[in-house]
Design a binder for this molecule. Sequence first.
Ligand code: NQM
Length: 347
Amino acid sequence: MSTDGVRCMQLRGGSSKGAYFLAADLPDDPRERADLLLRIMGSPDERQVDGIGGGHPLTSKVAVVSRSTDAAADVDYLFLQVVPDRSVVTDAQTCGNLLAGVGPFAIERGLVPAAGETTEVRIRIMNPTVAYARERVRTPGGRVTYAGDTTMAGTPFPAAPIEIEFPGSDRTVFPTGNLVDRFAGLEVTCVDAGMPVVLVRAGALGLDGTETPAALEADAALRTKVETLRREAGPAMGLGDVTDSTVPKITIVSPPRHGGTVTTRTFIPHRVHPAIGVLGAVSVAAGVTSPGPPRLVRIEHPTGTFDVTVDLEGEGPLTRLRSSAVVRTARKLSDGLVWPRDGEATT
Ligand code: NQM
């Protein structure tokens, strides 16, 4: 059966890139939607050559956006990870990088009117742990402006800043109820301040902590150990069987080398992130700082640093996030119709 083109805007959101759709332009049924998205992105195929996916988890992402029915939000954002080399579309996690493009997309599609130099967009994140974000988008003259001077590690070119604030929640940031757990014979800390992450010391894995993503990905024994750790930690973090899930992420931590707070290398969970995810960074920040006045945590990663402001309250295992904030950029890459390949996605 041949299908018509589907309305789609591609944006770089932070250090990722994705296809943004209005919910109304996609099927309501999650299975039909997943099938269509696999055929649009070119999965299952490591290179995604027959689709618009970029052959890497960070460039095979989808944002589904609609007007919100929640008085606390303007729009709803559902993130879907389309796995490049498998027939998997999962909503198990959200994505703070694609989130950066949700405000501009909502304004461009007329879901939120531009209001002066800067337009605030209130977003409800619809992935399993419903959460909220507030985003400030530059809109001089009533139009979204992507051009600007803000640089971000993980993206080579400057663009207009987008300030994102995440209000906290009543949940503690340590989902196992412990500051330290032992899984796969390793001492770890499980954190979730928006993204489930397991922190493990580089030394415990026989690493220095400054290895390149390519070197880490090439180490088969390490990958097996990390995956064993992930599958044991997942259920203890309340995520159930995580065999086919993209969470938790595993972040290898070691002392800072460039004046920051901590050095990180993150398995997301099978590839190693060239930088670090947004909510992944918020979780790391929550895991390595103690409650007190709002703090700037500078996270070192393979291509630079990522600054997160975290405001934590409570104590020990009862620590909660009052709020967090980051700055990202985004850029519109294309707007038009995409054609899925015909037939049904291989499952
Ligand atoms: O943690 C990669 C990314 C992400 C997710 C991943 C993200 C986040 O860099 O909020 O942004 O960890 O899957 O886009």
